[in-house]
Design a protein around this ligand. Structure first.
Ligand SMILES: Cc1cc2nc3c(=O)[nH]c(=O)nc-3n(C[C@H](O)[C@H](O)[C@H](O)COP(=O)(O)OP(=O)(O)OC[C@H]3O[C@@H](n4cnc5c(N)ncnc54)[C@H](O)[C@@H]3O)c2cc1C
Length: 446
């Protein structure tokens, strides 16, 4: 017989969205359980080396994400795990937020404990037991055998909409034309990098770098990111479908995170594709590190200091929700009566098959609203989605998927799950005013 747990709210997936969902539900007094397949929390930020977080601000510099996401940043700053929000020296967004992944892993365990959340690590959810349209329990595979976890409300924060998929709810993948998804990237870090030498090179030949690089301010700013080295990249002839070098500095002064590998045409929910992607990603890491050492100033003495435990997955399944956020909603900076989060991050699509990135900026006040209906899936009566798998088009996902907005939709999903549990109603019936008031009380910005 399998081990059994019971909770009011179960959150599956311990990434940025799941952490914030569980903290929010726990703080509202619900008996909350968070399930994570790895031995640590953090999702792509720790599993795939994603760094830095971007962005809490609009292009004009107005902060539009607060709440638990900002609390995490504040507590990281207090413990020496982040310098806070810094100007983006690439100029793609206004600010980026560097963080120390190891300090983050432990901090969020503290915050979950303070919120009274029970955490189960090393538990992979691979079954859902439903009666009619309601999930009764999920089943996780663990070293000790199967574990059943029953609850009234569930939050799918798996990034891949695993709960919705396993419950038989409709899900979508990729772009409408051919279902192709954004590429995967194996991230890695190098240390021993002479970052002042890179800055000098940018100042000496700005035309070889991203056109929005704030050259005039660069002398004064700590270097946070570098995009360009177009000439060196073109001459390299490397078999990686990209058009430039993309690096982020920190947390240490001689350390960079390399975001350059690209594995295309594979599906992050297919075991054989994932296996191929991990091998291809690691091959590209070695090629890329050699290229940086041989061709890019400042890397002469650099060494690989870590490679992400797992390849980074930008896009897989997303739920079919009561509303699907579209590209126009984002670009027009559209506002919704049932707003539960905002974002100022532009649409940023890494080409599923080509070498480039398609970007589109937000008009108006520089922020768009994410409506509550994007978190409510069709077909299941006691489930909410949070983070990367909420209901959007392929294009809109290319902004909602960023870490700060995943934290914000996570907080909203956890809060809504708690309210639905306490009122004994379906998530679709949650009083939107009550939800918005609860979010405001928790310092969320809506
Ligand atoms: C290559 C790449 C570059 C990126 N660059 C940036 C960037 O520079 N800045 C930025 O802010 N964002 C960036 N992002 C986006 C961001 O990292 C993710 O979209 C974000 O982490 C999504 O958060 P999430 O909590 O929804 O999902 P995830 O971070 O994917 O977390 C999901 C969690 O659920 C767990 N899980 C999954 N399935 C199960 C299951 N069945 N059972 C139990 N646990 C499960 C996973 O192990 C994981 O911990 C990047 C992403 C990638 C892949």
């Amino acid at each position: 017989m399998s081990l059994k747990f019971r909770a009011d709210v179960v959150v599956a997936g311990g990434g940025p969205a799941g952490i914030c969902a569980a903290i929010a539900a726990g703080r509202l007094g619900c008996n909350t359980l968070l399930i994570e397949r790895y031995g640590f929390l953090g999702g792509m930020s720790t599993i795939a080396g994603v760094y830095p977080w971007m962005t809490f601000h609009t292009e004009q510099g107005r902060q539009v994400i607060y709440g638990i996401a900002q609390e995490i940043v504040d507590r990281l700053v207090e413990s020496g795990g982040s310098p806070g929000h810094l100007r983006d020296t690439i100029g793609f967004v206004h600010t980026v937020t560097p963080f120390d992944g190891e300090i983050f892993k432990l901090l969020v365990l503290d915050m979950l404990r303070e919120a009274g959340v029970k955490v189960l690590l090393h538990s992979f959810v691979d079954e859902v037991a439903a009666v009619g349209n309601r999930i009764k329990s999920v089943r996780a595979a663990t070293k000790g055998g199967k574990v059943d976890i029953a609850a009234d409300m569930f939050v799918d924060a798996t990034g891949d909409a695993d709960l919705a998929f396993l419950a038989g709810a409709p899900v979508f993948k990729g772009r409408d034309s051919d279902q192709q998804m954004q590429p995967m990237t194996m991230k890695f870090r190098m240390r021993g990098v002479d970052t002042p030498a890179i800055k000098e090179r940018i100042l000496a030949e700005p035309e070889n770098f991203y056109p929005k690089t704030p050259i005039d301010e660069l002398h004064e700013l700590p270097l946070t990111g570098i995009q360009g080295f177009y000439r060196e990249w073109q001459q390299s002839g490397l078999p990686i479908k990209r058009d430039q070098v993309l690096l982020f500095v920190g947390p240490e002064h001689d350390e960079v995170l390399v975001n350059c590998t690209r594995v295309q045409g594979l599906d992050g929910t297919d075991v054989e594709d994932l296996t191929r992607a991990e091998e291809e990603g690691r091959r590209q890491v070695m090629m890329m590190a050699r290229f940086l050492k041989e061709c890019i100033p400042g890397f002469e003495q650099a060494v690989i200091s870590s490679v992400a435990p797992q390849i980074g997955i930008r896009e897989t399944r997303r739920i079919d929700g009561l509303y699907s956020l579209g590209a126009e909603d984002v670009i027009e900076g559209r506002k919704f009566a049932d707003v539960i989060a905002k974002s100022g991050y532009p649409i940023d699509i890494h080409d599923p098959s080509g070498a480039g990135v398609t970007a589109a900026w937000i008009k108006g006040d520089g922020a768009y609203d994410i409506p509550y209906r994007c978190l409510v899936p069709r077909g299941v009566d006691n489930l909410l989605a949070a983070g990367r798998c909420i209901s959007t088009s392929h294009e809109a996902l290319a902004t909602t998927r960023l870490t700060p907005s995943c934290m914000a939709t996570g907080q909203a999903a956890g809060t809504a799950a708690a309210l639905a549990f306490q009122a004994q109603v379906r998530p679709a019936e949650v009083d939107i005013n009550e939800l918005q008031q609860a979010l405001r009380r928790q310092n969320a910005y809506i």
